[in-house]
Design a binder for this molecule. Structure first.
Ligand code: ARG
Length: 271
């Protein structure tokens, strides 16, 4: 029998997909010849927010800004830990103005944002778990930003090198199941980084490439319930066998921009 998994109430920051579109291509998922169904995207995003609220979580929203189609991917705009906000400095010029909009939201809420000097895409590449910050690099966030985050939070960062352009952000290849364990797709990482993950998380749930390509690892767990892409059928079975409760939410329109549930969700920890 797997252990009883206990959820913890969360506070999430999101951004309505009013201006969501694929109008440039900065990762291999984005294709300018495949238009987004705006009404469907909106309905899918609303079902995500409904699922969070149904589980008892708090959902906040940032006002979307015209001309910033990727702003819906709230995860990329900061890492918030113990009430401290470490903002972002986007790699792509098209996304750079998003950082200031989110920083203004935090300021309004009464919190100062530290803006990193190095390229850094928030929770896209930072996953806090077990007293560590797992930190992706290779496509977006730099190792210099990992060091800045470590100094800022006083929490050790563990650099993990991403090697497959389809998994350009750490949160497309790995997520925290709870405060101790993770799920990940090993093929997204360099051999050395796979070794690090095996040492740190010998009990990790290992996902297949199919499930990872279905955005199965772009999941959001509260410690018990896991918001997961319905197409990630193998992973859904693994989660259920391990005592987690999979909550499938279809975000297929967002996959066209290279994002899923986690990308649309920033966790505000300790505010
Ligand atoms: N189109 C966005 C980009 O390439 C997608 C970001 C997805 N967000 C995430 N947390 N992985 O930057």
């Amino acid at each position: 029998m797997p252990p009883v998994r206990v959820p913890r109430p969360r506070r999430y920051l999101t951004c309505e997909p009013r201006h969501f579109a694929v109008s440039y291509a900065i990762n291999p998922w984005m294709r300018l010849d495949e238009p987004v169904d705006t009404a469907l995207a909106r309905a899918q995003w609303e079902s995500l927010v409904r699922a969070y609220r149904g589980l008892g979580h708090t959902v906040e929203t940032v006002q979307p800004v015209a001309g910033l189609p990727d702003m819906v991917f709230a995860a990329n705009s900061a890492l918030v830990l113990e009430g401290k906000v470490f903002g972002s400095r986007f790699h792509a010029a098209q996304r750079q103005p998003e950082a200031g909009v989110y920083a203004a939201w935090f300021k309004e809420a009464g919190y100062e944002t530290h803006t990193p000097d190095a390229v850094c895409e928030g929770e896209g590449d930072f996953v806090p778990v077990g007293g560590l910050i797992l930190a992706g690099t290779g496509f977006r966030t730099t190792v210099a930003a990992h060091q800045e985050a470590q100094e800022f939070f006083g929490v050790p960062t563990v650099a993990l090198r991403l090697v497959d352009p389809y998994f350009y952000h750490l949160d497309t290849a790995l997520f925290a199941l709870d405060d101790e364990n993770i799920a990940y797709y090993p093929g997204a990482f360099s051999p050395g980084s796979r070794g690090v993950l095996e040492r740190l998380f010998p009990q990790a749930l290992i996902a297949s490439r199919e499930d990872a390509m279905a955005f199965g690892l772009n999941s959001v767990s509260d410690g018990r319930h896991v918001i997961v892409a319905p197409e990630a059928v193998g992973l859904i079975g693994q989660l259920a066998r391990d005592g987690y409760v999979p909550v499938p939410v279809d975000l297929s329109e967002f996959h066209k921009a290279g994002g899923g549930a986690k990308c649309c969700t920033q966790e505000i920890r300790g505010l």
